[in-house]
Write a protein that binds this ligand. Structure first.
Ligand SMILES: Cc1ncc(COP(=O)(O)O)c(C=O)c1O
Length: 469
C-alpha cells in the first residue's frame, strides 16, 4: 500500500463535497468536457517544447497564434499566458512598470503578491484606504475621497495599483479613477484576478483594458474553465513590451505546463464563442437564487437592489450571503460545508460563493435548501464582532524591515510594536498588517477573533508574530 496523504485527502474531499461554489471555475473538470477530448488531453498532453509545440518564452508557432487571439479578444497591445498564477502577473506588472524608489499609490486591500512586489522592487507605497460598507459590514470598495486626497497630495507618484473587482465582486467606478490618473500621466495597474469574464456581456462589468488601464492581470482559473495556477497578463498604452518580456521570462517557469496552456487557450476560445450566452445564463441563475435567499429571514444577498449605495459596481455572477450582527459569516461557512456546499470564503458577516457556468441548476437549488434548513443556533456568533479594522500606521518602509533584526512575541503582547512579517488571513489573502506597520489594539482583537473562528492566518505560528527588535 503506497503512503499518499495528498491523494487520500483529495479523494476524501471529492467524496464529501458535492456542491462546488469555490474556485476553480472548471468545477472538477466539468468545463473541459465542453471541448471534444480536452479532458483526456489534459493528462496525455503534459508534454514539453517538442517539435510543433512552440515555446512560451519565444513564441513563434501555436502559442504565438493563441496569444494573438487572446490579445484581440481582450483588446490589449500584447498579452501573455501565466503559468505561475496571478501572483507572478502582479510581480511582472510591478517590476515592468516601476523602478526602484518610485512612489506609488496602492489600494491597501490588495492581494499579498502586490505587497511582495512592492517590497522586492523597493517602491515607496502610499496606501489608499478601503471603505467599509455598513449594510454588509465589508470592505466593498476603495475609499474614493482618500484616493483623491492622496492623489492631490502626492504629485510625484508614478502609478497606482488597484484591485478590480474585490473578492466580493465589487468596485467603485474604475473609469473615473483611470481618467483622473491619466490626466496626471500616472500608470494604472489593475489586479483583475477575479474578473477574467468581465466585458463578455453588457450585463457584467467592463474589462479594465476597455476602461483605459495600462496593465491588467486576470486569473483564468478563478472564473473561467481553466486549470488552477493559470492566468493572463495584458499590457496596453505606453507600457514597454521589451521590459515586460524580460520580467515575464524572469518570473515564469522554463518548463511551462502544456495542460495549463491548453486550458488557457480553451478558456479564451470558450469565452469568445459561448461566453456572452453562458455568463448571462449564469447571471440569471444567480439572480434567481438571490431572489429566493432574500426571502429567508436569516439572510440577505449582495445585489444592487439590496445596496443603498447605487454607485457600487457589482459582478452579478458572484453570490454574497450576508447575516445580521448577532450571527457569524464564519459559522455560516462551517454550516454550509457540513452540508456539503463548498464556498470560497467567509468574513464576520458574509460568505462568498464563486459559481461558474459549470455549476448545475440542482446545485443552486441545493444552496437554497440548505439555507432554508439553517437554524439560529447554527450561525450564532460566539464572540463580540469586531468591526473590520482600518489600516494601521506605517512607521518603517516595508523593504527596510527585511534587513532589520526581528523577534517573535505572543500576538497579545504585540501592541505598539512594529510588524516584522506580514500577517495574512487566507483567503482572501489581504494582509491584516504589513511589515513596517504598528500593531494596535484593534489588530490584536481582530487576530483573537480570527483565531476563534479558525481562519487560516499566514505569518503567525503558535500564536506568535514577528516584530522588529
Ligand atoms: C485579488 C487577487 N489577486 C491575486 C491573487 C493571486 O492569484 P493566484 O492564486 O492565481 O496566484 C488572488 C488569489 O486569490 C487574489 O484574490
Amino acid at each position: 500500500m503506497l503512503n499518499t496523504p495528498i491523494i487520500n485527502a483529495v479523494e476524501r474531499y471529492l467524496g464529501e463535497n458535492n456542491s462546488p461554489f469555490s474556485m476553480p471555475g472548471h468545477k472538477m473538470g466539468r468545463g473541459f468536457l465542453k471541448y471534444k477530448n480536452l479532458y483526456d488531453l489534459l493528462l496525455r498532453g503534459d508534454l514539453t517544447e517538442v517539435e510543433g509545440l512552440d515555446n512560451l518564452h519565444n513564441p513563434e508557432g501555436a502559442i504565438k497564434e493563441s496569444l494573438e487571439l487572446l490579445k484581440d479578444f481582450y483588446g490589449s497591445k500584447k498579452s501573455y499566458f501565466l503559468v505561475n498564477g496571478s501572483t507572478s502577473g502582479n510581480l511582472i506588472m510591478i517590476f515592468s512598470a516601476f523602478k526602484e524608489g518610485d512612489k506609488i499609490l496602492v489600494e491597501r486591500n490588495c492581494h499579498k503578491s502586490i505587497f511582495n512586489g512592492i517590497i522586492l522592487r523597493k517602491l515607496n507605497p502610499v496606501y489608499i484606504n478601503f471603505k467599509i460598507n455598513e449594510e454588509f459590514n465589508a470592505p466593498l470598495t476603495l475609499d474614493k475621497e482618500h484616493f483623491c486626497y492622496e492623489l492631490e497630495n502626492n504629485r510625484d507618484v508614478r502609478g497606482i495599483v488597484l484591485t478590480y473587482p474585490s473578492y466580493y465582486g465589487t468596485s467603485i467606478n474604475l473609469k473615473e479613477i483611470v481618467d483622473m490618473c491619466k490626466e496626471r500621466n500616472i500608470k494604472v495597474l489593475i489586479d483583475c484576478a477575479h474578473g477574467a469574464h468581465f466585458g463578455v456581456s453588457k450585463l457584467i462589468p467592463e474589462n479594465p483594458l476597455n476602461l483605459g488601464a495600462d496593465m491588467v492581470v486576470m486569473s483564468a482559473h478563478k472564473t473561467l474553465p481553466s486549470l488552477t495556477q493559470t492566468a493572463f497578463l495584458h499590457i496596453n498604452n505606453n507600457i514597454s513590451a521589451e521590459d515586460t518580456d524580460f520580467y515575464f521570462s524572469a518570473f515564469s517557469s522554463t518548463s511551462p505546463s502544456y495542460p495549463f496552456m491548453m486550458s488557457l487557450d480553451f478558456s479564451r476560445a470558450y469565452l469568445e464563442e459561448d461566453g456572452k450566452e453562458e455568463y448571462e445564463k449564469l447571471k440569471e441563475e444567480c439572480d434567481y437564487i438571490r431572489g429566493k435567499i432574500d426571502k429567508l429571514d436569516l439572510f440577505k444577498t449582495l445585489s444592487s437592489k439590496n445596496l443603498k449605495d447605487k454607485s457600487i459596481i457589482i459582478d452579478p455572477c458572484r453570490i454574497i450571503i450576508n447575516v445580521e450582527k448577532e450571527f457569524s459569516g464564519h459559522n455560516l461557512l462551517k454550516y454550509l460545508r457540513k452540508n456539503k456546499v463548498q464556498v470560497e470564503m467567509s468574513d464576520e458577516s458574509n460568505v462568498v460563493l464563486i459559481p461558474s457556468p459549470f455549476n448545475t441548476k440542482e446545485e443552486f437549488e441545493e444552496i437554497y435548501r440548505v439555507l432554508e434548513r439553517c437554524n439560529i443556533e447554527d450561525i450564532k456568533s460566539e464572540n463580540n464582532k469586531i468591526e473590520v479594522v482600518s489600516i494601521p500606521d506605517l512607521i518603517i518602509k516595508p523593504e527596510e524591515i527585511l534587513t532589520m533584526g526581528k523577534t517573535s512575541v505572543d500576538y497579545k503582547e504585540a501592541e505598539g510594536k512594529i510588524c516584522g512579517k506580514n500577517i495574512v488571513p487566507y483567503p482572501p489573502g489581504i494582509p491584516l498588517i504589513i511589515m513596517g506597520e504598528r500593531f494596535n489594539k484593534r489588530i490584536i482583537e481582530k487576530l483573537s477573533e480570527l483565531i476563534e473562528d479558525n481562519v487560516t492566518i499566514l505569518g503567525m505560528e503558535n500564536y506568535k508574530v514577528w516584530v522588529v527588535k
